[in-house]
Ligand binder design. Structure first.
Ligand code: SAM
Ligand code: DTB
Ligand code: SF4
Length: 354
């Protein structure tokens, strides 16, 4: 493939990307890469629309895993206190607030290696309650067995978030308590249960460009492209191994934008989510990410344990850039939620432009 010409092969999603092809995209002149990503983006999406998700940590901290980036790992001293699973009513109250604030998808996160079977009915109750509010449901609970995935799907879970996090050849430097293959196994259980997958990774962990290309190649060569692809920029949290590095390894912002653009080209029909790390990004950097094909964000002042831009800033950014929240798709059962959400995000433009 020529790195600088738009080929007809790019019109259909491919699942056979080779590492050197991905690297050739990374190496394009910046404006050419953005042009190509923007062209692919417009083939499948309205570039003015951004999907809006809100996150809630339903079970915080105390995790037995050793992910070197994570403030919720029990073994690091990050100031995050371990908490029990929230009550369903408390979760539903947060979901109502998220809906009123304009989110269309509500993602529940738990700091588990994997849920215990006895946790599943409690989480299933939360999922059913959130779904009944007319929100799309997403959960990220760690590794799942096939039976657990089936039970969550039956409760009304639309999406399961399970990131591969980094390239297979860098994984062992970041996480030692599970294998890359464990992640692939869970993703396969999620797909087999009929749920949509949300799967991405983190950049800025000291990986090379080759390894960033490896992360995107691994995502784009899964048996099905993930429906959502969160691209997280590392949030450096003191107390974690990556937060306490002595050498500053901050990723060049243009390299971050390149990562978004290549994700868009490789997975043309997926929602590419500009995920963790937005709080410390300028509005201009975020605008470049949207121009590169990002079309989803987390909205609301907190991610799981770390900060996210406040909603006024995001409303203002949407208005200044002419972005609007993406309407919710029609459910498999034919129920269309469009128009029932987003009120407060779309009400903002005049105020933000003043
Ligand atoms: N425990 C479950 C798991 O690991 O799959 C679910 C929750 S875990 C916190 C979800 C994702 O958050 C991780 O896969 C990682 O991509 C992201 N994440 C965690 N800490 C982060 C950080 N400091 N910066 C950026 N992303 C982070
Ligand atoms: C994802 O890829 N990013 C979100 C969500 N999926 C669960 C989590 C980001 C977490 C950032 C660190 C924190 O807030 O604890
Ligand atoms: Fe645990 Fe998930 Fe954090 Fe890893 S990323 S330590 S599995 S909560």
């Amino acid at each position: 493939m020529s790195a600088v010409s738009l080929t007809s092969r790019e019109h259909q999603p491919r699942h056979d990307w080779r590492r050197e092809e991905v690297l050739a995209l990374f190496a394009l002149p910046f404006t050419e890469l953005l042009y190509r990503a923007g062209t692919v983006h417009r083939r499948h999406f309205d570039p003015a629309q951004v999907q809006v998700s809100t996150l809630l940590s339903v079970k915080t901290g105390g995790c037995p895993e050793d992910c070197a980036y994570c403030p919720q790992a029990q073994r690091y001293h990050t100031g995050v206190e371990a908490q029990k699973l929230m009550s369903t009513e408390a979760v539903l109250e947060k979901a109502r607030q998220a809906k009123a604030a304009g989110a269309s998808r509500f993602c529940m996160g738990a700091a588990w290696r994997s849920p215990k079977d006895r946790d599943i009915p409690k989480v299933a109750e939360m999922i059913a309650g959130v779904k009944a509010l007319g929100l799309e449901t997403c959960a990220t609970l760690g590794m799942l067995s096939g039976e657990q995935a089936t039970a969550l799907k039956a409760a009304g879970l639309d999406y399961y978030n399970h990131n591969i996090d980094t390239a297979p050849d860098f994984y062992g430097e970041i996480i030692h308590t599970r294998e890359f293959q464990d992640r692939l196994d869970t993703l396969s259980h999620v797909r087999d249960a009929g749920m949509k997958t949300c799967c991405g990774g983190i950049v800025g962990m000291g990986e090379s460009r080759e390894q960033r290309a490896g992360l995107l190649q691994a995502l784009a060569t899964l048996p099905a492209h993930p429906d959502s692809v969160p691209i997280n920029r590392l949030v450096e949290v003191a107390g974690t191994p990556l937060g306490d590095r002595h050498t500053s390894a901050e990723l060049d912002p243009f390299e971050f934008v390149r990562t978004i653009a290549v994700a868009r080209i490789l997975m043309p029909k997926s929602m590419v989510r500009l995920s963790a790390g937005r709080e410390s990004m300028s509005d201009e950097l975020q605008a470049l990410c949207f121009a590169a094909g990002a079309n989803s964000i987390f909205y609301g002042e907190k991610l799981l344990t770390t900060g996210n831009p406040d909603t006024e800033r995001d409303m203002g950014l949407f208005a200044r850039l002419g972005l609007v929240p993406m309407p919710v798709e029609v459910d498999a059962d034919g129920h269309d939620h469009a128009g029932t959400v987003h009120a407060s995000i779309s009400a903002a433009p005049e105020a933000a432009l003043a």
